[in-house]
Design a protein around this ligand. Structure first.
Ligand code: ZN
Length: 124
């Protein structure tokens, strides 16, 4: 999954990905990378490695959430390769696949379950 700020510029694209701890069985050929923010091991799928724009910042789902909510980073539509990968892994197609992807995007951009704490603004 790919998220970018809603503006053009040299800013790296945020590649949002699952932590290894949260996904024991990644897509075939996935490689391990590290979250730019928390340094947890994360998965990079082959299509992400191949198709995600550069420069890019790899960030895990939990770290991406406060960013997407606070800074209004908007997830980019998935590439065709990423959709195919998800379809292959989940067995979902067409509308069912769109709904599954939509629910992840909503989860990413909804402030409802945003945990306060280390991403709270500093006083002063
Ligand atoms: Zn992280």
């Amino acid at each position: 999954m790919v998220a970018t700020k809603d503006e053009t510029g040299p800013e790296p694209v945020h590649v949002v990905t699952m932590r290894c701890a949260d996904l024991s069985t990644p897509v075939a050929g996935a490689i391990v990378s590290r979250c730019h923010t928390c340094e947890e091991p994360v998965w990079l799928s082959p299509s992400t490695v191949r198709e995600a724009p550069n420069p890019r910042t790899v960030i895990c789902l939990p770290c991406a959430r406060p960013l997407t909510v606070k800074d209004k980073i908007k997830p980019d539509p998935l590439t065709e390769g990423q959709r195919l990968e998800i379809a292959r892994e989940t067995g979902l197609h067409g509308d069912a696949l769109d709904r599954a992807i939509d629910s992840v995007v909503k989860h990413l951009t909804s402030p409802a379950a945003n945990a306060p704490g280390r991403n709270a603004p500093l006083p002063g």
